[in-house]
Design a protein around this ligand. Structure first.
Ligand SMILES: [Zn+2]
Length: 232
């Protein structure tokens, strides 16, 4: 069993998402069967094609962004679990079964994620866990980056966390939990991450609904303030 600390290993470092600090207890394991990953694979591909998942140029070089997850059946001890794309996969046009990880437990208060699989999980796993912990009906959580949606959040009346709440902190976790307690936010199925530049998250019981709300919101944002597509 390999135990890696997120502060100094796979999930930190080159990925901007990696600024999220959490304690990772990771066990390397075999990939899941491709068929089990098909739903996530399909939607991840569409979000990549739309530019909601990809990579962007930063002062530290090209940084991957975007990740998708799916609630998994409870484990032997009844613990909550979810599948999620692995860390540092945002730049990949096509993922394989080796690019997915199974989160087998979490502790929001302690900032801890337990995971197993062929690769460590996305460093945004703790954010996904907030949704699964808060809403029992949610089975899919998609996180993408969209300058269009992010910059139009207020104009479009989208639920949003405060811009001064730094991403990956207990404050933002509490903000997300407070938003998810609001019926209007739950009905919207989407949260704009004000303190995480361009970050937006959709959530739903069905994958097609989580994907649909992201795509429809992107269309609204582009209709509101059409912008030419920029290179990554
Ligand atoms: Zn992000």
């Amino acid at each position: 069993m390999g135990v890696l600390g997120a502060d100094g290993s796979d999930t930190a470092g080159t990925e901007r998402e990696g600024v999220t600090k959490f304690h990772l207890r990771y066990t390397r394991d075999a990939p899941l069967a491709a068929a089990r990953l098909a739903t996530l694979q399909g939607w991840r591909q569409i979000l990549f094609d739309l530019g909601l998942i990809g990579q962007e140029a930063t002062d530290s070089g090209l940084i991957g962004f975007g990740n998708v997850s799916e609630r998994f059946d409870a484990g032997q001890k009844g613990q909550e679990r979810f599948l999620i794309t692995a860390t540092q996969t945002g730049h990949k046009a096509v993922l394989t079964a080796k690019d997915y990880s199974l989160v087998t437990g979490w502790d929001l208060a302690a900032n801890r994620i337990d995971a197993e699989g062929p690769s460590p999980p996305s460093s945004e796993s703790l954010t996904h866990a907030i949704f699964y912990a808060s809403l029992v009906d949610v089975r899919y959580v998609f996180h993408g980056h969209s300058p269009e949606i992010w910059s139009c959040a207020d104009a479009l009346g989208l639920p949003s966390t405060a811009r001064d709440a730094p991403y990956g902190t207990p404050e933002i976790a509490r903000e997300v939990q407070a938003l998810l307690a609001l019926p209007d936010c739950r009905a919207a199925g989407l949260v704009v991450m004000g303190g995480h530049r361009n970050g937006v998250i959709s959530f739903a019981a069905r994958a097609e609904d989580a994907g649909d709300i992201l795509i429809r919101t992107l269309a609204r944002a582009r209709g509101f303030a059409p912008t030419p597509k920029t290179s990554p």
